[in-house]
Design a protein around this ligand. Sequence first.
Ligand code: FES
Length: 156
Amino acid sequence: MPPSIVPHVRSILAEQEDGPSSLLAVMEEVQSRYRYLPRDVLILVSERLDIPLSQVYSVATFYNAFSLKPQGRHKLQVCTGTACHVRGAMQVLDRLTTQLGIQAGQTSTDQEYTLETVNCLGACALGPIVVADGEYSGQMAATGVDRLLKRIKHKA
Ligand code: FES
């Protein structure tokens, strides 16, 4: 956890009203800035807003937008649902794991990439689908992975 995070979270909390109404706003700001919600931060938020820690964890785990583990600057999701699977999603995933040096569910040690698998994004006709930083790429092939990585690497 970055040493500056607790003082920063204290300053975020100082601007908020006590109680549950501030919980999401604080968590969104911390997630957006640090890309995850460290346990010590959740404890601090719980104490400061006077919300049981179990409730804070419930919120943190309910919303997909929140993560309890450090996330990479770039998030890559490979759909491995049935339609994408039969169209070659596993070859796409293999290429990504090779290129990034991480498995699905992991974040690279330089904190640049997080790789995940997801089940059906509701656009099966376009499969296999990779979502890179929220942007969908359909009909992805293993050969397209290198181009995709090059593109997102140069994004700000
Ligand atoms: S299985 Fe991939 S979008 Fe439906």
